[in-house]
Write a new protein. Sequence first.
Length: 424
Amino acid sequence: MSLLIKNALVYKGNIFEKSDVLIKDGLIHSLGISISACNIDRVVDAMGKYFLIPGFVDVHTHLREPGFSYKETIRSGSMAAAKAGYTAICTMPNLNPSPDSVEHLKAQTDIIERDAVIDVLPFGTITKGRKGDGEVVDFASFGDKVVGFSDDGTGVQSDSLMEQAMTQCAELGKIISAHCEVNELLNSGYIHDGVYCKEHNHKGICSESEWKQIERDCILAKKTGCRYHVCHISTKESVDIIRKAKASGVNVTCETGPHYLTMCDEDLQEDGRFKMNPPLRSREDMQALIDGVLDGTVDVIATDHAPHSKEEKSKGLAHSAMGVVGLETAFAVLNTKLVKTGIITLEKLIDMMSVKPREIFSIPGGEIKEGAPADLALLDIDREWCVNPDEFVTMGRATPFEGWKVQGVNLMTVKRGAIVYETI
């Protein structure tokens, strides 16, 4: 199929330029002004107001299959991602069976090959059974089949175990994407140990439970030379530790989520849709994360899309399952709260959602140029809409952004030259 997108504002790194883009055989064939539409299967006019970008990449997504398909399937999750403008997502290993071996990974990749509408790139686990303890997996046996290794949902508790994992991953050139959490500091907490927690008699999760393990891992990453990525950072101390580690030469990158950049514990309500791990922290933490985005300490914005059933999320803050959905709201929320307010530029947001994830996790694409993969999204950055979970494609419905009025929609997603979503 050939596709011509005319009069688009095309992402060229630090600027957008008006151009036509011709796509053939899954690749960007040519760019220019007034490309002929003769013998083209489909022509889309961006009218000089829609932005054409490399498709978003989410390096932290939970698709729940195999094992928990009542929450989400690879089909429903990848379709939700396509609707949102993502052309690749990296799936976390909170599955049954956990992808801790070639055989267990195949249970997931067989479904991906059958049902995914975009690239779905799995993580393997760091430890057997994703326990954060015990034994590390045989990294070499399936390192070429995964985007990296993570025990997401569980922090690796043993210093020596993490050093062993990092040493082996460094030898293979694979990245470790770490959920950082010290179990002995959790104290059965489930929201941030802040003012709201104390005023409403909840059990709190202290900030140290996150940053303490990041501090340890940065030391180990420097020692081993491992590529080290920190999942969903939420505290000001985490930002400071990573900033200093980068300055000292540690090969460390990190991500945070849209909710941590736009909400804090002052926004909490007695509702399971506000419960996630790590929790919404203080206003100071939120500002530190924004500062980290501005100075480059925070590399990537990932959703940590974590769907659960309605029943699992209907038990209030104390008893609901941890996790909220985020794929279909990510761009609009960030565009509204960070770009439209002048905190960051649109170019910076695209860099953090499309380009940097590819660079860090060695995922092809990220540039709109001749010969590049035609993995693209066409955005209307001004269209207003109200977040209504009943309109989601994902099977999950729990979002802290419910009812928000936001700006920005994805009009079309192109994967390998084929249109996998459109609303034009």
